[in-house]
Design a protein. Structure first.
Ligand SMILES: *[C@@H]1O[C@H](CO)[C@@H](O)[C@H](O)[C@H]1NC(C)=O
Length: 221
């Protein structure tokens, strides 16, 4: 009988150890499910309208063309060109109207076809600096065929008041100075988002992940 107990306990040791290890691994995760009610607010649909200015001329151009590709193409922006922008966003169509933010980003010329019918892909962050959305950003990435009267760009995310943002922008050119190249576009933004800007404590709930790294038993394996 005593022998049997010894045998059993020998069998149990790895079993207990396994269970313990398994338990440690299971609790020491780097992820958790959280209730969407933690957002403490409801999804909201917001429409914003503002104007986007590209200023090519003057002492401080708001865009620069990065190393144009070495191709001879009859196009103002040959295939492969990259443009970096930091453009002002204003309340009205005039450049000197109230500034409500800026846009930082890039665009790439993505067609091999020649001519002035540019096809670009734009990636940008709209950064608001006024009112309810001061400090919040919207991320935009999509195709823009400039020759079209109205272009649609997808909103793929956001920060601050625009967390979980999704939506689209309708962009319309309202003014182009063909001599200088300066242009103004009207942006109508339709965005679903959660207006709450409170950051919840659940961001700091991952102490167990640190224990996972320093777990004395796991270190011995
Ligand atoms: C926007 O937020 C910044 C940083 O918090 C602050 O300094 C600035 O005064 C705010 N602007 C407006 C117009 O509220």
């Amino acid at each position: 009988m005593a022998k049997l107990e010894v045998c059993l306990s020998i069998l149990y040791v790895p079993l207990i150890l396994n269970t313990f290890l398994f338990y440690s691994v299971v609790t020491a995760t780097y992820y958790e499910s959280i209730s969407p009610t933690l957002l403490r607010s409801h999804e909201k649909l917001t429409h914003l309208r503002f104007y986007f200015h590209e200023i090519i001329t003057g002492p401080n151009p708001s865009l620069i063309v990065i190393d144009p590709p070495k191709v001879v193409a009859n196009s103002p922006l040959p295939f492969g060109s990259m443009v970096v922008i930091e453009d002002p966003l204003t309340l009205g169509p005039e450049l000197d109207s109230k500034r409500i933010g800026k846009v930082q980003g890039f665009y790439l010329s993505n067609t091999q076809r020649e001519g002035i019918e540019l096809e670009i892909v734009m990636g940008m962050a709209l950064h608001f600096l006024e009112g309810e959305f001061n400090g919040s950003t919207l991320s935009v990435l999509g195709r823009n065929q400039i020759i079209n009267e109205v272009r649609e760009l997808p909103i793929i995310g956001g920060t601050g008041a625009f967390r979980f943002a999704r939506g689209y922008i309708l962009a319309r050119t309202v003014k182009v100075d063909y001599l200088k190249g300066d242009a103004t576009c009207e942006y109508n933004v339709y965005v679903y988002h959660y207006p709450s800007t409170t950051s919840s404590s659940h961001h700091q709930n991952f102490d167990e992940g640190l224990q996972f790294m320093t777990d004395p038993i796991l270190n011995k394996i």
